[in-house]
Ligand binder design. Sequence first.
Ligand code: FPP
Ligand code: MG
Length: 437
Amino acid sequence: MACAGSSRLCVRVQEKLLLCQWGHAQASRRRAASTTTAAATSLVQNAASVGFKPFRIPFAYDQPQCLVSAAMTASSSCLHPCNRPEVLTTATRRNFATMRTQQPGSMPEYQVDPYLLLDDDLKDVYGYIRQALRRNTYQEELHEIATYYFDGQGKAIRPMVAILVARAINYHMYKENSGLLTSQREVAMISEMIHTASLVHDDVIDQSDFRRGKPSVNVMWNHKKVTMAGDFILAVASMMIAKLRNDDVTLVLSQVITDLVQGEFMQLGSKETENERFAHYLTKTYRKTASLIANSVKSVTMLAGADEELAEVAYQYGRNLGLAFQLVDDLLDFVSSSAAMGKPTAADLKLGLATAPVLFACEKYPELNPMIMRRFQEPGDVEKAFELVHKSRGLEQTQFLAKQHCQEAARLANLIAESPYQKGLVVAADYVLNRMK
Ligand code: FPP
Ligand code: MG
């Protein structure tokens, strides 16, 4: 049964999805058109078969503990490590606390949890990054600023996904003879470093005041020093890329940096028509968020010696996961609390940004169009737009689109040989969709 009671909603979301797939196909001439066409067709077929059930965004977003208890009670027999406190390290406990599902009772009976599975790999990532930064400067203040966000309080989604894909692909290719390569672990670190360098710069640009539950870096130090600290993290990451001595991987990871800058730059502009605007938003989202995840997992796959076809599966997995991650982020900006997110919410409108929930809401409330064009600058714009988004179906349409990308990511993960890591990839897609912060 296709989209009972929500056929118009489904059709609109599928259109956006096609736009995204095709937009990406055009942008990436290197990829065979047939692969992308097949992926787009399969996405639309999937969308038609999901039987979308409208869901109400729960008000209790800012009460994670009570939702967590409900979810845990609902799945008491599962192997979820939070039901087995004896096996949790501090790092794992922290990570589980960050990736809670938002819908009580909806948590699947996970057979594998990626954070627990990768506990040994992940526990040292931040320590190694801090060491790499330490090795490259004797200037105490520069080191202090550059390491400020490497305090282990992030979700570590990028290193987690990179290592998970690496181990899943290694098993797919070499079965029990596989292990994580040092170069693959380096890519996981590089990925987190590029991400953090971009956040450091982003906090200066956005004049942020709060991130990861503490004052943001630009509040602690002046903008000149913070900008240079971001450059420094990126420079050390670039040296680590060079040390991999793999030209193809160097190209792929350098592409990420160009994408990040271009994505951030695109965010400063806006488009006139509704379709142009959505295409602009999706390309920006790919460049700002999905490219890093997609190209990091492609890199670890290339380092395993995989052929192009397998590298493409990994890349598409990361791309879909990354797009979903940002869509959920844009959704959470409207429905979550600053306390839950550890950073300001309801922030995008104030920054002049029209993200998916607003773009969808425009269909029902065209009065949002002039507000988007003036970047919500007139008095009352932010409040009015916020209200209209909540009155529209923009939030559930955004969630539906994210769900489509997560389902596509899971489908791609299922093309890889079965192993705990491969199962972890499917679970990771579910985490991204249902995360609360
Ligand atoms: C967070 O966005 C920002 C990014 C994902 C990327 C920012 C990219 C740059 C500043 C370009 C420079 C790049 C490098 C590598 C130095 P957000 O503001 O939507 O999210 P937030 O709410 O977490 O701040
Ligand atoms: Mg920001």
